[in-house]
Write a protein that binds this ligand. Structure first.
Ligand code: KIV
Length: 271
């Protein structure tokens, strides 16, 4: 019997029970089969197929250009790899803001064509109707508040959100709206730690923070940042566990010099 058959799949219920038990939730992004296999075997609870793929996979400056078809391609690869983790997929910019029917159609495409377990949408009150319609169709929804990168041209900067009272009050209202609409969890991105604590304590659904301090029910990082693949990106909230850019770069340089010197392949590396 395969080892994987013994693994119990994490569900949206598991995630909610973890909050009740005070057990922290570990989430990381992945965009392809190889990385998702490593991340899943590493024991994360949730794999997010983030639209950050637009930045780290495709090299765009923002998350706006990635398409629904491209998100589905990434999600298919991750779903094939994930044996234990819950797989959540971002609805990309332009695939849900129009109206709730469009949002539902986009969510259905992701679920049907990738086999993922849930979708994530950015926004609060503005997207309530879409969230409700998607959940009514049986699709679990994760919310995303605070710094919502699909609105970067409205914000104008990637700095910390909700430092001002009015924005903090809207965020406190928005998380209640998302909870009432049926979201199973909400990402809080780049907001003050004490606001994240207040918001986390005010709802039954788990919050997952990125740059939102230690009081959230879980944490998420972009895998490429966390393992040091993204050169020069080092915001304060990021803990970089490896420096893979330099390690891979060193390996490539050694390979190039081995090939140039005629040292590769050697007598054992041929048929
Ligand atoms: O797209 C993404 O990677 C995200 C995380 C930063 C939460 O939304």
């Amino acid at each position: 019997m395969s080892v994987h058959k013994e693994l119990k799949r994490i569900t949206t219920n598991t995630i909610q029970e973890m909050k009740q038990k005070g057990e922290k939730i570990a989430m990381l992004t992945s965009y392809d089969y190889s990385m998702a296999t490593i991340v899943d075997e590493g024991g994360v609870d949730v794999i997010l197929v983030g639209d950050s793929a637009s930045n780290v996979m495709a090299g765009h400056e923002t998350t706006l250009p990635i398409t629904l078809d491209q998100m589905i391609y990434h999600a298919q690869s991750v779903v094939r790899a994930a044996k234990r983790a819950l797989v959540v997929v971002d609805l990309p910019f332009g695939s849900y803001q129009g109206n709730s029917k469009e949002a539902l159609n986009s969510a259905i495409r992701i679920m049907k064509e990738s086999g993922a377990h849930a979708v994530k949408l950015e926004g609060g009150l503005e997207i309530r109707e879409s969230v409700e319609r998607i959940i009514t169709a049986g699709i679990p929804v994760m919310g995303h508040l605070g710094l919502t990168p699909q609105s970067i041209y409205k914000f104008g900067t990637y700095t910390v959100r909700a430092k001002e009272q009015a924005e903090a009050e809207k965020l406190k209202d928005d998380i209640k709206v998302l909870q009432e609409a049926g979201c199973f969890s909400v990402v809080l991105e780049k907001i003050p730690a004490l606001l994240a604590k207040e918001v986390t304590d005010s709802v039954k659904i788990p919050t997952i923070g990125i740059g939102a301090g230690p009081y959230c029910d879980g944490q998420v990082l972009v895998i490429n940042d966390m393992i040091g693949l993204t050169k020069g990106f080092k915001p304060r909230f990021l803990r970089q566990y490896l420096n893979l850019f330099d390690q891979i770069n060193g390996a490539v340089k050694t390979y190039v010099s081995d090939v140039k010197a005629g040292d590769f392949p050697n007598s054992k590396e041929q048929y």
